[in-house]
Design a protein around this ligand. Structure first.
Ligand code: CS2
Length: 495
């Protein structure tokens, strides 16, 4: 369409004739939140909830400043900048229809690699009450091998030497909190919105490990002035495709460089522990609870692990999207068995949660044919995901002498996947910070010594020392090598 309108603040009045737009006065908003990591997920989740809240009218102090920390985020940052922080959220409903809205809650945006001082000042500004994070599982710099902060990371080493122009979130937060302390300002809340169990605890532990080395005298200030609430976040947000951008143009006449697409379902469960106030997100559907850890555990070990199961097995079989994978009845039966036989017994009591209903709804969400969630996206950074989504279940079952057969098959499939080809010989697009070591160990495993893959200690920790696990993994690996993954899935279902 030639006569599409560019999405920006100036054109908003006109765009509002096409799809719903913010009706609140964005120029009056104060920036109460700094958010690090402005990918699709944040914009489908926290920014969405906050936009709804702002739409309610009287609230003006919770605008968001979005920070692109990595060079990887340059494109998203540029589109936000061009569009005055505005973007379209496209909710892909189960019936195939699209619900669209322009989201206005991101009112400032900064690109850290070019402007570290401005970012640090923003985080230290007295107006900012909450710093939220979606820096991904790997962003916390936790090593499974040492069960602690990974000081060998070259970027961390860099930050220790260049505190004024850091690269990692830890360097930024340390400088910002140092300024707050020096200026006698109040503390703020650091809220992780990543898929990690006890994400607030993890954020606190990792930050304090870094600060202990970089600025030891800041540790006690942080301990008394910064709250770290845990939270469980959920909304499936596939990567935006070129077709999504074109469809928006064709259907609504809006030219948006980076709309965000997501499923209708959303959930946000947060511990009510905030240092300097918070938005009333509960009025727009978030839940505040005392202990979020059981909810997180349920979500990570069922939804996220479920994704990983569908992604890795589906990738080997040559599927491109999660819905294709789950519509293979043997794969969905496998996933259901994994959830019932291996995960459910590890979950313990979950008050007020209908677990069967939850698992059933997951299969429906995964099967949404309109979402087309990319298997590439799901399998990306598997080296950071397995230790959080799948391996805790294996460890608990090893302790309780429960079944580990389903998980072992998935881990063995991951070893195959790491070689870089699916079972039809097609190249896999592996995106992983540990890609080269995965590939190296994956190849070593394929030359007669499957357990070589388990030597990646930052991922597997001590699992290679468990004879039960090594035996289950080796058996699964050999079976896949001999019969192919599809047959193994069927055989495992029939056991
Ligand atoms: C996915 C998540 O990245 C992954 O592996 O499981 O992005 C998932 O889609 C979200 O956590 C849904 O809330």
């Amino acid at each position: 369409m030639n006569n599409s309108i560019k999405l920006n603040q100036k054109n908003l009045v006109e765009i509002a004739h096409k799809i719903p737009c913010p009706t609140y006065d964005r120029s009056k908003l104060k920036t109460g939140i700094v958010h690090v990591g402005i990918g699709g997920f944040h914009r489908a989740h926290e920014a969405f909830y906050t936009d709804r809240l702002l739409e309610d009218g009287s609230i003006t102090d919770w605008g968001i400043c979005g920070i692109a920390l990595l060079e990887f985020d340059t494109k998203i940052y540029n589109s936000l900048k061009e569009q005055d922080g505005l973007y379209t959220l496209i909710i892909k409903e189960l019936d195939g229809s699209h619900t669209k809205r322009v989201i206005g809650s991101i009112v400032e945006y900064l690109y850290a690699p070019e402007n570290p001082t401005t970012v640090i000042e923003k985080m230290a500004s007295s107006e900012v009450k909450i710093i939220t994070l979606t820096i991904t599982e790997g962003g916390y710099n936790y090593s499974e091998a040492t069960q602690s902060f990974d000081f060998t990371n070259p970027n961390i080493q860099y930050d220790l030497k260049h505190p004024e122009a850091p690269k990692t979130i830890f360097g930024y937060l340390t400088q910002a909190f140092k300024l707050r302390k020096e200026r006698g300002l109040e503390g703020c809340t650091l809220q992780s919105c990543d898929n990690i169990q006890g994400n607030g605890h993890m954020a606190k532990r990792m930050l304090l490990s870094y600060v202990q080395k970089a600025e030891p005298e800041l540790v006690s200030w942080i301990e008394t002035h910064v709250a770290f609430p845990n939270s469980m976040v959920d909304r499936i947000t596939p990567a935006t495709s070129a077709a999504d951008i074109e469809n928006l143009k064709a259907s609504s006449g809006i030219d948006d460089a980076w709309p965000v697409v997501c499923e209708p379902f959303k959930q946000w469960v947060i511990e009510d522990d905030f240092t300097a106030g918070r938005p009333a997100w509960e009025t727009v559907g978030a839940q505040f609870v005392e202990d979020v850890v059981p909810y997180e555990k349920m979500k990570l070990s069922l939804l996220n692990a479920g994704h990983t199961v569908l992604g890795i097995i589906g990738a080997l079989m040559g599927y491109d999207t999660i819905d294709e994978s789950v519509h293979n009845p043997q794969i969905s039966a496998f996933l259901k068995n994994y959830m019932d036989i291996e995960v459910t017994p590890t979950l313990g009591a979950l008050e007020g949660v209908d677990l069967d209903g939850y698992k059933k709804s997951l299969l429906e969400r995964f099967g949404n044919i309109n979402i087309k969630d990319q298997i590439d996206r799901i399998c990306s950074e598997s080296s950071a995901k397995f230790p959080i989504f799948v391996l805790p279940t294996v460890n608990t079952n090893l302790e309780k002498k429960g079944s580990i057969a389903f998980a072992s098959l998935v881990i063995a499939a991951w070893a195959m996947y790491s070689i870089g080809k699916d079972e039809n010989g097609k190249a896999l697009n592996i995106k992983d910070a540990m890609k080269s070591i995965l590939n190296e160990k994956g190849l070593a495993a394929s030359t007669g010594d499957p357990k070589a893959f388990l030597e990646i200690e930052t991922v597997f920790g001590k699992l290679k020392d468990s004879p039960t696990f090594v035996a289950a993994f080796t058996k699964a690996y050999k079976n896949i090598a001999e019969k192919g993954i599809a047959t193994c899935v069927v055989e495992q279902n029939n056991k």
